[in-house]
Design a protein around this ligand. Structure first.
Ligand code: GUN
Ligand code: ZN
Length: 446
């Protein structure tokens, strides 16, 4: 065995999921209080009790130990806008005015590739700082915004899915493309970036309001020509939005039907929000394997409504969890799960810590059809992981010392945790964020 191929052992408490804990209970996850995760060539080789794993390995094996920490698979964010970093915390509006007053002017700047690169780098470092290693990401209408994003992601070797926004009406002239140019630009981006290293492409019509039928038809054509790319858009986030869609598409059965008519539904199709869906729309989600992306911090911040995830479960509609920065207010999936818990409470239901962490890892990977690559420590998976600190703040430390069960400890981590709780983040076995080192030495590509 040459030096370059030698494995590294990460020793800490380790948790990952095999299935949904609401369905399979204790069989749904593996937890090792003193665990060892063995990584080689960027892949997971083995996971088990440290005493057993270490006994099988050479005495001089490299061991990185994180005492009082928990290793989990890198978290996955299924809906986020990289050009909206600076839109976070914009006061006073609901969706349509928020888009016009804050979001569209901010997105205009991404015409400038250098600006886009700068923000893409900031954005990716922020995700990694929060333990998020994969995301499904909106660019802007500008092709170069997505090139800037993929270049920045490629440098870090992160597995990212991104797409150029297609929009040709009900937006300022300076942000509009045409059906033909959006098709051409998207096609060129797919050819250049889809499956290049760890990068993946998503066809990205912004939402039904900002595309004509001709443009949605082009989006559908792309999905037909490239059946393994993703599709991301928004749906039924806000009641005024839903009413406007009905005005624009008077012949469609409902909001989802607009997308359905153009062939945009399927297992790789992710629809952000879906708060105000009808039973018929739920049925089409189920039939086509399309998924809803639940964005609690955004839904609360923009006053959009309370998504009922228990109803989605009853209707067998697949769903995932996401931040939706900059309508969302945090890059942290822990904080996002915190707010998801509260939204679920307001709907009269419970969201357990185990279910929450399942969603942020394997559950989200499944809705992206990526469970054979990321989301768990299955042997051969890509070794993306986050190291969480049970003593990240005095309050976290105090609370953790009072917790007796794993469920209690994880729940406190979710409710009190944020980027301070992420001690380190690894991408394909490489350290990409080290909280306790300066950002210059740890962040970004190295
Ligand atoms: N609907 C259409 N565009 C957007 C967006 O940028 N953010 C949110 N939250 N909803 C949208
Ligand atoms: Zn969004």
């Amino acid at each position: 065995m040459t030096n370059a191929q030698r494995p590294t052992v990460y020793r800490a408490a380790v948790l990952h999921f095999l299935s949904d804990p609401d369905v399979d209970g204790d069989k749904a996850y593996q937890f090792f209080e003193d665990g060892a995760l063995v990584v080689e060539d960027g892949k997971v080789v083995q996971l088990g009790e440290a005493s057993e794993v270490l006994a099988q390995l050479a005495d001089d094996i490299k061991v990185v130990e994180y005492k009082n920490h928990l290793i989990i698979p890198g978290m996955i964010d299924t809906h986020i806008h990289f050009p909206q970093v600076e839109v976070i915390a914009s006061y006073g509006e609901q969706l349509l005015d928020w888009l016009n007053n804050y979001t569209f002017p901010a997105e205009r700047q991404f015409e400038d590739k250098a600006y886009a690169s700068n923000i893409a780098n900031f954005f990716l470092d922020e995700l990694l700082k929060n333990g998020t290693t994969t995301a499904l990401v909106f660019g802007t209408v500008h092709k170069q915004s997505v090139e800037a994003f993929f270049e920045a992601s490629e440098q870090r070797n992160t597995r990212m899915i991104c797409g150029k926004v297609m929009m040709n009406r009900n937006a300022p002239e300076f942000l509009c493309d045409t059906p033909e140019s959006s098709y051409q630009d998207s096609k060129e981006l797919i050819e250049a970036w889809h499956n290049k290293g760890r990068q993946l492409y998503a066809v990205t019509p912004r939402f039904a309001i900002t595309s004509t039928e001709e443009q949605l038809q082009k989006a559908g054509q792309l999905m037909e020509e490239y059946p393994d790319v993703y599709m991301q858009t928004h749906i039924s986030e806000n009641k005024d939005e839903v009413a406007f869609v009905q005005e624009l598409f008077p012949d469609s059965k409902d909001y989802l039907d607009v997308y359905d008519q153009f062939g945009l539904l399927g297992k790789r199709s992710v629809f952000a929000h879906g708060i105000h869906l009808t039973p018929r729309e739920h049925e089409r989600f189920r039939e086509t394997g399309s998924s809803v992306s639940f964005c609690p911090t955004s839904n609360l911040f923009l006053g959009s409504g309370l998504l009922d995830i228990k109803e989605l479960e009853q209707e067998q509609v697949a769903y995932s969890v996401a931040t939706d920065v900059g309508g969302g207010t945090s890059f942290s999936m822990l904080q996002t799960l915190n707010e998801a818990y509260k939204v679920t409470q307001l709907n009269g239901n419970k969201l357990s810590a185990l279910k929450s962490l399942y969603l942020a890892t394997l559950g989200n990977a499944k809705t992206l059809q990526l469970e054979d690559k990321i989301g768990s420590f299955k042997q051969g998976n890509e070794a993306d992981f986050a190291v969480l600190d049970f003593n990240s703040t005095p309050l976290m430390s105090l609370k953790q010392s009072k917790c007796k069960t794993l469920a209690e400890k994880l729940f406190a981590m979710i409710i009190l945790g944020d980027d301070r709780a992420v001690r380190a983040t690894y991408v394909a076995g490489k350290l990409v964020h080290d909280r306790d080192k300066s950002s210059e030495t740890a962040g970004g590509a190295s």
